[in-house]
Write a protein that binds this ligand. Structure first.
Ligand SMILES: [Zn+2]
Length: 408
């Protein structure tokens, strides 16, 4: 077993002006059995390569060392008595990149050593999603340059926020209107017993600063009073993503939806219905929005009896049942972590958003069984439909009017 390559430092040959990438192997290992090479990065996938002449293994060793362009790799192989054309090397490099085995050494080593140490785990995570065109440090940089607006620092967001800080999100704006109360202590761990009665948002800002002073954090001691105020807030803050954990007033979700969709800002929401937890998001112009999911009137004439009955129950529950928060610590912790993961998807695109127009539903009365419940995009939606998102609306994402499947 050879070929451990797990440090972020570039290995040094002399730097010349850019002539394409300097491919470098990730933490790839390989072994030879007869004429075959077995190459593994992710244990779920192994490459078996026929390498009777040993050229591929020689190339892997050079890629492990890093620091060479494709032309320099071809030269080095030729000098070592294995003449190969640059085109063949380019083809092999493209194949390795397609299997997710390479990064560009020129896109590594930019982080200061203390930052590389600080983000060691995140960089190791991003290594799996990196390629020749995007290194693990590029992912980390997109987090450093990101700005997240955190609406509410209660159950959902007080559990989401530490993950954003740990990931290294560079800018945070926190909004909350409440004071620290004893009932928060079942599930909100940013606060201390000695802080009861103090303003939550100020304590949360202090928590972030104490955790990592390099994070640019600001607190706004206010609630959301109406759609105009929220729209003004978004225009002022201009966040990349909104983490939405505000429950009051009852219309606040539709305000967040309308303001975010019209500005092309994705938002991630967590919440709970009795024994079910939910995490969902809206990717403006791409996924269904909250308005697309609004329930039809159960009294509408064109509904069949079963649908009308189901809708009547949902409407009774949603409208009449008091919103009692039953989210104990493990519930809020799980929802907050999954919400942070969704924010991470939007900020880095390491993979597409997982819950856009598709609620992740967790049944806390059934072993935390998870299922996804998608809702279709409404082509006539007054918030995200083509009319609402017409020219000049400020939406910069492509507005695709196709439903994304499922039902509700
Ligand atoms: Zn919509």
């Amino acid at each position: 077993m050879r070929g451990q390559a797990d440090t972020a430092a570039t290995t040094g040959t002399s730097r010349t002006p850019a002539r394409g990438p300097r491919p470098r192997l990730k933490a790839v290992v390989w072994e030879r059995t007869g004429d075959e090479l077995r190459v593994v990065y992710d244990r779920r996938e192994q490459l078996i390569i026929d390498d009777e002449a040993g050229v591929v293994e020689a190339l892997l060793e050079l890629l492990h060392a890093g620091g060479r362009t494709v032309a320099e790799l071809a030269d080095a192989l030729t000098a070592a008595g294995r003449p190969v054309g640059a085109d063949d090397v380019a083809e092999a490099v493209a194949a390795f990149d397609a299997h997710g085995l390479l990064e560009d050494g020129d896109r590594l080593g930019r982080l200061a050593p203390e930052d590389a140490e600080r983000h060691f785990s995140s960089l190791s995570f991003f290594q799996s999603f990196a390629s020749l065109s995007r290194s693990r440090e590029d992912f980390q940089e997109s987090l450093r340059n990101a700005h997240v607006l955190v609406l509410g620092t209660g159950g959902f967001n007080s559990n989401l926020l530490p993950h954003l800080c740990g990931l290294g999100v560079g800018r945070l704006t926190l909004l909350d209107r409440d004071a620290v109360e004893p009932r928060n202590f079942a599930r909100q761990y940013l606060y201390r017993w000695s802080e009861i009665g103090q303003r939550k948002v100020a304590r949360a800002v202090e928590w972030v600063r104490a955790f990592d002073p390099s994070i640019d954090v600001r607190g706004i001691d206010a609630g959301i009073e109406g759609p105009e105020q929220l729209a003004d807030l978004l225009d002022e803050v201009r966040p990349d993503v909104v983490a939405d954990g505000i429950d009051h007033p009852g219309e606040v979700d539709s305000w967040v939806n309308a303001a975010c969709v019209s500005r092309g800002v994705p938002f991630v929401r967590g919440g709970m219905w009795v024994t079910e937890g939910l995490v969902w998001s809206v990717d403006p112009g791409r996924s269904a929005c909250l308005q697309c999911a609004s329930l039809p009137d159960p009294d509408a004439a064109d509904l069949d009896a079963a649908t009308a009955t189901a809708l009547a129950g949902l409407t009774l529950h949603d409208v009449r049942q008091p919103r009692t928060n039953r989210g104990i610590g493990p519930v809020a912790g799980l929802l907050g972590a999954l919400g942070a993961f969704e924010v991470l998807r939007y900020l880095t695109a390491f993979e597409p958003p997982a819950y856009a127009g598709s609620s992740l539903v967790i049944d806390f009365a059934a072993g935390c069984a998870m299922r996804q419940q998608s809702w279709p995009r409404d082509p006539a939606c007054t918030v995200c439909g083509p009319t609402a998102l017409g020219a000049g609306s400020g939406v910069h994402r492509d507005a695709v009017a196709a439903p994304i499947g499922g039902g509700r």
